[in-house]
Ligand binder design. Structure first.
Ligand code: PEP
Ligand code: MG
Length: 318
């Protein structure tokens, strides 16, 4: 490392010319929430709630969920916490929610899709989230994983509204939702790009499979096109679009995402200082130029190389 840098965030995220970019944390359980708060995250951009459900034979009660969610909200008092509803299926099977023998689990009944056969699981979870938010007086946003169509978004938002959860959005991690985001975001208050699954589905490359790892990078220009499409759909309705996949933690990719129109980046807490440093050294106009440069490239390698060459600040980060 060339320079000693802070391990925590010292100021809210922004470009060199002061365009704000909220720097948030991905959190998987209460201890992760404390670590994220200690790292100075401005809030939580992805609270994965699966920890409450995994390793059990039946769904947790509403009271158990309220207690678990409250500990996470308490670590971020007065700050935004984006709670994702249960994302069971595919890489996260759950015996009481997902089927055992789907031929293609990543394309199966996962995420929000499980609510069709198990509506009470979603109902209980929304009840628990609303109660925890009320008890902690927290700024809670709720989003559903694996939304593919506008009508799924509409139904989810209506279910949230019935629980008094007004900030209801969707993860955009299915290419169909990215391409049709203008219609999806007519219903949803915000979108959060799940670039891990979005990459998997755009490249038809299993995110768990080493043999296709070379394809599985958010630097793929096709993935950046989908990010671009999502941001355009968001802008059409004035809805914020964030990123909560691994892409947000890549200090070279972060300014590209901002240039495409992303307004918040949520990542593993240890990535926050480097991402903050790159943004602080890059103007919004430069971010837009980097985004255009990346979109022009034919391959992922070319996009990464072109952006890295154009971002000398990366060398200071070592
Ligand atoms: C994603 O798909 O990018 C994401 C953030 O969700 P998960 O990794 O939990 O599927
Ligand atoms: Mg995902």
């Amino acid at each position: 490392r060339v320079v000693d840098r802070p391990t925590t965030l010292e100021a809210p995220g922004a470009t060199s010319d002061g365009h704000p970019v909220a720097l948030l944390a991905n959190v998987g359980d209460p201890s992760g929430a404390q670590a994220a708060a200690d790292a100075g995250a401005e809030g939580v951009g992805l609270f994965r709630t699966e920890f409450c459900f995994l390793g059990r034979t039946s769904a947790p009660s509403v009271d158990e969920q309220v207690a678990a969610y409250r500990t996470v909200l308490a670590a971020f008092a007065g700050k935004k916490v984006v709670v994702r509803t249960l994302d069971a299926g595919a890489d996260k099977p759950l015996p009481f929610v997902t089927a055992d023998h789907e031929p293609n689990p990543a394309l199966g009944v996962r995420g929000l899709r499980t609510a069709a056969d198990h509506p009470q699981v979603l109902e209980d979870q929304l009840t628990a989230i609303a109660r925890a938010a009320e008890a902690e007086q927290a700024e809670v946003w709720v989003m559903a994983p694996m939304v593919a169509t506008p009508d799924e978004a509409e139904r989810f938002v209506a279910a949230c509204a019935a629980h008094g959860l007004e900030q209801a959005g969707v993860m955009v991690e299915v290419p169909a939702a990215a391409l049709r985001s203008r219609h999806v975001l007519e219903h949803a208050a915000f979108a959060s790009l799940g670039t891990n699954d979005l990459t998997q589905y755009a490249l038809a490359a299993d995110r768990e499979l080493a043999g296709v790892a070379a394809l599985s990078t958010p630097w793929q220009p096709a993935v950046l096109d989908l990010v671009d499409a999502t941001c355009r759909g968001g802008a059409a309705h004035g809805r914020p679009v964030g990123v909560c996949g691994e892409a947000a933690a890549d200090p070279a990719l972060a300014p590209v995402l901002v240039g495409l129109g992303v307004s918040s980046l949520s990542m593993t807490p240890r990535a926050l200082p480097d991402v903050a440093a790159v943004l602080a050294a890059t103007s919004l106009e430069r971010c837009r130029e980097l985004a255009a440069l990346a979109l022009e490239q034919p391959t992922a390698d070319a996009a990464r190389a072109a952006v890295r060459d154009a971002l000398p600040v990366l060398e200071e980060l070592g």
